[in-house]
Design a protein around this ligand. Structure first.
Ligand SMILES: CSCC[C@H](N)C(=O)N[C@@H](C)C(=O)N[C@@H](C)C(=O)O
Length: 339
């Protein structure tokens, strides 16, 4: 906060509220940090939850009463707000209620802290990924010709739910030509013989997410798609092997992109190499060309090169990787097929 030039901070992003307070009532939860201390604000629906989950003193009200309660403590202070997660309407309300304060736009203050996980957070992501691996292994045999993509997704979702988790995002099951869509969420399409099927899934367990993609073969895919698969696997394995403290997100992205370019698939790799995973599925650090992020021990990132050929199909292989003091540990354990 000192570096950002603010005396107080209004935290409105649900993941950040949870991070600093433990409170999980994302529908209505805010934290105000002032020189005098921290206060959790929520409404009466979450009073018991706030008491149970958070060690912070809390105040139960709805805006504008919430903001009016905070106003006296903020007079003449520079108050930071989270530019990424505050709507224009909410900002206008802050301006109206905190006329005595100077509002300062901040970005990424908490998100930067969240990039390096505590041992408890590493344990939480590890458990989420272990569950996702168990579920994928259980579901893998049902991915065969004649089955709908949706049926695969429903089975994954059901198993996650039964285990006390939920799906971290809309499950991607993209078969045959639909594989050319990096985010081809499961449709009613019936999987055909000789097709590749990309399954991208994550578990959210105790608030922490996992993220993993496997592309599997149903029958014998074409020579072209087997060539694409091998190229993506080569890029993925090389990038995972290069994960260590000190390497930049941009270097890892360039490494994988260079290998795919060597196979004539540079243009087909239509997204970044990876991202951090924790309370949010997509968080820092970023493994993309324009990233200035440098990997540090305790970060958890995905490594997920892909190649997408419109009208033909696609491949993505993604592992979840913990940056350790002397290298890395791959947290995802589902088998990668050899084609
Ligand atoms: C809508 S959540 C999907 C999660 C999925 N596993 C995933 O991360 N897909 C990547 C291709 C992705 O969206 N990458 C982002 C960071 C990007 O390249 O902008």
């Amino acid at each position: 906060m000192r570096r950002a030039g603010v005396d107080a901070l209004w935290i409105s992003e649900a993941a950040n509220v949870r991070y600093v307070s433990g409170f999980t009532g994302g529908k209505d939860g805010k934290v105000l940090i002032t020189p005098q201390g921290e206060t959790l604000y929520t409404d009466a629906r979450y009073a018991v939850q706030a008491q149970e989950e958070s060690r912070l003193p809390f105040f139960i009200a709805r805006p504008p009463a919430t903001l009016e309660h905070a106003a006296p403590a903020l007079r003449d202070l520079r108050v930071g707000f989270e530019a990424e997660s505050l709507s224009v309407a909410d900002l206008e309300q802050l301006r109206a209620c905190w006329a005595g304060a100077t509002l300062v736009s901040t970005a990424g203050l908490l998100a930067d802290l969240r990039t390096v996980k505590t041992p408890d957070e590493v344990r939480a992501v590890r458990e989420a990924q272990a569950l996702a691996d168990r579920v994928f292994t259980q579901v893998r045999p049902m991915i065969r010709a004649g089955v709908r993509e949706l049926d695969v997704a429903v089975e994954i979702e059901t198993l996650l739910r039964r285990a006390g988790a939920e799906s971290a995002f809309d499950i991607i099951v993209a078969s045959g030509p639909r594989g050319a869509m990096p985010h081809g969420v499961a449709s009613g399409r019936v999987i055909g013989d000789g097709e590749l099927v990309t399954v991208d899934m994550g578990a959210r367990l105790n608030g922490y997410n996992s993220d993993m993609t496997r592309t599997v073969a149903v029958g014998t895919p074409s020579d072209e798609m087997r060539r694409v698969y091998r190229a993506v696997l080569e890029a993925e394995q090389a990038a995972v092997a290069a994960v260590r403290p000190g390497v930049s997100g941009a270097e890892l992205d360039a490494l994988a992109r260079g290998i795919l370019t060597g196979h004539g698939l540079g243009e087909a790799f239509a997204h970044s190499l990876g991202h951090g995973v924790g309370l949010m599925v997509h968080e820092g650090p970023s493994l993309r060309g324009a990233s200035e992020d440098i990997l540090r021990p305790g970060m958890i990132v995905t490594v997920e090169p892909g190649a997408y050929l419109p009208g033909v199909g696609g491949v993505r292989i993604e592992d979840l990787v913990l940056v350790t003091d002397d290298g890395h540990e791959v947290l995802s354990s589902s088998e990668r097929e050899v084609l």
